[in-house]
Design a protein around this ligand. Structure first.
Ligand code: GLY
Ligand code: MN
Length: 463
């Protein structure tokens, strides 16, 4: 855990953002996998971790905005628990670890919240994303299940987003060390990407690296020779020459900070001519987007700029036609680059997404598009110093999308469908890095992971 002063300072800063009442942070509970006692690996709620730091189930934190007092709720373990779990710290010492003086048993939580409600005080909570927490809040506050998300506190959401979006040095170090674990994961995958290997042999090996060097993966590994499917979790294919392997995987630190890296490599270690041509367009989009990062720049503009690089490259190859600016303005490039350029990353891989993307990625100035492609951009607003963003452009040839758009006669001014047909067996390419916004520009986090054609072919040749 970070020093207790960090958590105390974060709570004090949050209190300055919100008018009055109580803030209630339910920690996560264990979640059953296939029967009650067989649970998924415990994952604490990220905002609870941010403000209360404790990585244990069955805790809750309350901040009283009127008295300034913080209370940690949870039960001391009994001998029945100790037999199974070993000796556990007392609630008092858990409180000390995070600078909270007052600890109360869980049975007092309902009473504390109810008495605040009776006095007409507001109880702020974040929108929950787990059924267990929805039920807990509903029972504690007497709100019907269907009303729980709507009655979450917008003031609290905005305060938490404001604080959590900006990463401090300790958080950046955590994330950087997780990119270093991703380096091991990705370079191992590259060396294993030989014809005849089954995807799951590589996926399992790199998940093992995340477990051995960190707390595990930060999201389920995406590893596929069918990279045209953006989030392909099927790992049963045999690698074949002339396919590329998309590896989108990251690690989560002991304190639960994430990395999220994507590399695309040719099975067998050598790009063929056609693969190299498309790869270098995606690489250019990735590098130019990274170079455009600095405070004050709207992420949506960088996304569109990456789109123009992609459209320009595809026009040069005869896959698209016309003018790149016009093609992107019309949205024609979204056939090949249908998703957003990136997202904030931190305690969550898609940082803070649980509170609602609208609160994180958009504001009064820059509002979310409803169009295909641009509408998938999770974050469009202006960047600020100390944000950490992923940059992950891609080019995909999705046969089903090609067929539908062709049948509809969509964007025939910009898409050369006869040429696109020849790429239906191509797959997809994505290249992703994690990038810190600095006061003047950017810094790509972690040890550089092979990314150019030469770097990838070199590491795959050496094996
Ligand atoms: N790496 C998975 C994602 O960004 O959604
Ligand atoms: Mn990502």
């Amino acid at each position: 855990m970070f020093p207790s002063s960090i958590y105390k300072d974060r709570r004090n800063r949050l209190k300055n953002e919100i008018q009055g009442g109580l803030i209630f942070f339910p920690g996560n509970q264990e979640v059953s996998f296939n029967y009650p006692a067989n649970t998924y690996a415990f994952r604490q709620d990220s905002s609870f971790l941010y403000f209360f730091g404790l990585d244990h189930p069955d805790l809750a934190g309350v901040m009283d905005l009127d008295t300034g007092k913080d209370i940690l709720f949870g039960n001391d373990v009994e001998i029945g628990d100790i037999i199974w779990m070993g000796k556990q710290p007392t609630m008092k010492s858990r409180g000390e670890e995070i600078g909270v003086e007052e600890t109360l048993p869980m049975s007092k939580l309902a009473e504390t919240l109810q008495s605040a409600l009776t006095s007409g005080r507001k109880i702020h909570y974040l929108p929950p994303y787990r059924g267990e927490t929805v039920i807990q809040i509903s029972e504690l506050l007497g709100i019907p299940l269907s009303g729980i998300r709507n009655q979450a506190s917008e003031e609290l959401i905005r305060g938490v987003v404001k604080l959590r979006m900006k990463k401090d040095q300790l958080e950046i170090q955590e994330m950087e060390s997780m990119v270093d674990v991703a380096y091991l994961m990705h370079t191992t995958a590259m060396k294993m990407a030989r014809p005849g290997t089954i995807e799951k042999e590589i996926a399992g090996t790199i998940e093992g690296i995340a477990l051995a060097h960190a707390c595990g993966v930060s999201f389920p590994v995406i590893l596929t020779i069918n990279g045209q499917t953006l989030h392909n979790h099927y790992h049963g294919n045999m690698l074949m020459t002339d396919r590329m392997l998309v590896i989108d995987a990251g690690a989560e630190s002991e304190y639960h900070y994430a990395s999220d890296i994507t590399r695309t490599v040719p099975v067998g270690g050598e790009f063929n001519y056609r693969q190299k041509e498309i790869y270098n367009i995606v690489l250019k989009a990735n590098m130019e987007a990274i170079q455009a990062i600095k405070p004050g720049v709207a992420f949506r503009d960088i996304h569109l700029m990456a789109g123009r690089v992609i459209a320009g490259g595809l026009i040069d190859l005869g896959i698209m036609k016309g003018n790149a600016d016009d093609a992107v303005a019309a949205g024609a490039h979204t056939m090949f680059f249908p998703h957003g350029l990136g997202h904030p990353i931190g305690l969550d891989v898609h940082d803070l997404e649980g509170v609602g993307e609208g609160y994180i990625g958009y504001d009064n100035e820059i509002q979310r598009s409803k169009e295909f492609g641009l509408g998938f951009l999770r974050f469009g607003r202006r960047l600020q110093e100390d944000f950490v963003m992923t940059i992950e452009p891609g080019i995909y040839f999705i046969p089903e999308l090609i067929d539908i758009w062709r049948a509809e006669g969509k964007f025939t001014d910009f898409i050369n469908y006869d040429k696109v047909e020849k790429y239906k067996d191509f797959g997809g390419i994505r290249i992703e890095d994690d990038v810190l916004v600095t006061n003047k520009g950017y810094r790509v986090l972690g040890k550089p992971i092979p990314k150019t054609v030469e770097e990838i072919e070199d590491i795959m040749r050496i094996g």
